[in-house]
Design a binder for this molecule. Structure first.
Ligand SMILES: Nc1ncnc2c1ncn2[C@@H]1O[C@H](COP(=O)(O)OP(=O)(O)O)[C@@H](O)[C@H]1O
Ligand SMILES: O=P(O)(O)O[C@H]1O[C@H](CO)[C@@H](O[C@H]2O[C@H](CO)[C@@H](O)[C@H](O)[C@H]2O)[C@H](O)[C@H]1O
Length: 443
């Protein structure tokens, strides 16, 4: 009869959030918490360490143990029915209570606890059943539509978990508390303490879930921009407002968290990371070899230019991370940074130009995704959106503008990151960042 870990090992590689695609997971249980439920639906949160990749990764797997078959079944360890908690109403109810009302559950090494935000108005209502947000997500988000006057809530269950406060929670909570309207109001969070899977096994605390108000009926800008690019419809108005919103968010982050001038050591570290990404991209997509001299040239020109200050940033800004909310304006989501970057780097002050470059790459991504034969000229569309975004960013006067040589280098670096990301997750899309590197190389 299969064990729980065997069932998880067969199920995890089929999940979008499983990072080490192509390998069989090598799993070890690190922590588990019993979160109640009923005798027919026992709710647990498991932390499992996967050592199949180069670097061990710790995954959060909420589960529900049921006696009857379920459409969200993971497997049947020891004859019982093990269900994916994110698709099960019993886990939804516990999660909603944790983020809106708080609570604490003991574990062998430390507790799992929920904390509502001090600004969140606690409701006594019961949520309607949650739905899982569809889409290509690194995590799993649940939407609670709520009853009565309660606001809908989106709760992101982090799949890869790390010691320390998740930057998504850290940055968005600080911005929201400072009154920024460019992030959704915070509802609450879930954290836990566990023994780190390394040799020393010391006790650490980390984030498991983050809940914010959900804006219903708003499409993410990727879908909106893609449609505009397909139709050749002008996007310069929204792009310019988006530039202003990103600049104001950068300025707010620079007020809320420490900033410092870039030193020679920062430039060396950045250059080393650019080169490491170039090598990773070459391994994933050997066709890039022909463009190496041009890429190296872009890096060298940037390193000779003046550099901006370091500060906390979004870290993975693209059109899929922003929504244009009627009556509120542009809202930025998901401040977790790039999923392929180590968490220690994502917590550190960085260059705001990384976000600007990410958004510029995204306009180009939309243009390169337009099916052949559509009306309009997608590349002219992207050029107009790009110029409008940069105009908004500079005109707001809120944030530092960066030397164009430094911006170009961050754009190439982002395209190299995208090459690796797409090779691992969506191989059919690799042609998009590859074409970008080729264009940059052609000058
Ligand atoms: N507060 C919100 N209101 C409306 N839509 C949201 C909200 N938060 C997230 N979304 C939608 O969910 C998608 C995924 O959320 P995100 O935080 O980017 O998750 P992930 O870290 O898994 O990529 C976003 O692109 C957006 O479309
Ligand atoms: O949203 P995530 O933090 O999970 O970001 C990762 O996945 C993104 C794709 O979902 C990826 O973004 C790339 O594709 C987008 C279109 O789907 C495009 O808008 C972006 O410009 C492009 O980078 C992102 O790089 C990755 O970190």
């Amino acid at each position: 009869m299969d064990s729980t870990l065997t069932c998880l090992g067969e199920w995890m590689p089929r999940q979008r959030w499983y990072a080490n695609k192509g390998a069989a997971p090598d799993l070890r249980l690190v922590a588990e918490w019993d979160l109640g439920g009923s005798p027919d639906a026992r709710v647990q949160v498991l932390l499992v360490c996967d050592s199949s990749g180069g670097r061990p990764s710790l995954y959060q797997i909420p589960v529900v143990w049921r006696s009857e078959a379920s459409p969200a079944e993971i497997g049947r360890p020891h004859g019982a029915v093990l269900v994916d908690g994110t698709a099960d109403a019993a886990f939804h109810a516990v999660l909603y209570a944790l983020v809106t009302r708080g609570g604490r559950f003991g574990g062998a090494d430390g507790p799992l606890y929920g904390e509502p935000s001090p600004r969140h108005v606690r409701g006594s209502h019961h949520p309607l059943p949650a739905t899982v947000l569809e889409g290509e997500q690194s995590n799993t988000s649940l939407i609670f539509r709520g009853a009565g006057r309660a606001h809908p809530v989106i709760c992101k269950v982090f799949r890869q978990v790390h010691a320390g406060l998740n930057p998504d929670i850290e940055l968005q909570s600080a911005l929201s508390e400072a009154g920024a309207r460019s992030v959704p109001p915070v509802v609450g969070a879930v954290s836990a303490m566990w023994r780190a899977p390394g040799d020393e096994g010391h006790l650490v605390a980390g984030s498991l879930a983050f809940a914010q108000e959900f804006f219903p009926g708003v499409q993410d800008a990727w879908r909106v921009a893609l449609r505009a690019a397909e139709q050749g419809a002008d996007f310069s108005g929204p792009a310019e407002r988006l530039g202003v919103a990103v600049a104001e968010t950068h300025a707010a982050l620079a007020r809320l968290f420490p900033t410092r001038p870039a030193t020679a050591a920062d430039l060396d570290r950045t250059a080393a990371r650019w080169r490491a990404r170039l090598h990773a991209a070459l391994e994933a997509v050997p066709e890039l070899e022909a463009f190496v001299p041009a890429v190296e040239g872009t890096f060298a020109r940037a390193l000779a230019a003046p550099w901006p200050r370091l500060q906390r940033v979004h870290g993975d800004l693209h059109l899929g991370q922003v929504i244009d909310v009627p009556g509120r304006g542009w809202v930025l989501l998901d401040f977790e940074g790039e999923p392929l970057r180590p968490m220690s780097e994502r917590h550190a002050p960085d260059f705001a130009v990384r976000d600007v470059a990410g958004m510029l790459r995204s306009f180009a991504y939309a243009a390169d995704s337009v099916p052949a034969g559509s009306t309009g000229d997608p590349h002219a569309w992207a050029a107009t959106a790009r110029a409008a975004f940069l105009r908004g960013y500079a005109a707001s006067g809120a944030a530092e503008t960066t030397d164009p040589r430094v911006l170009s280098a961050f754009e190439v670096d982002k395209a190299l990151y995208e090459t690796v990301y797409e090779a691992r997750n969506r191989p059919d899309w690799v042609r998009i960042p590859l074409a970008a590197v080729e264009r940059i190389a052609a000058g």
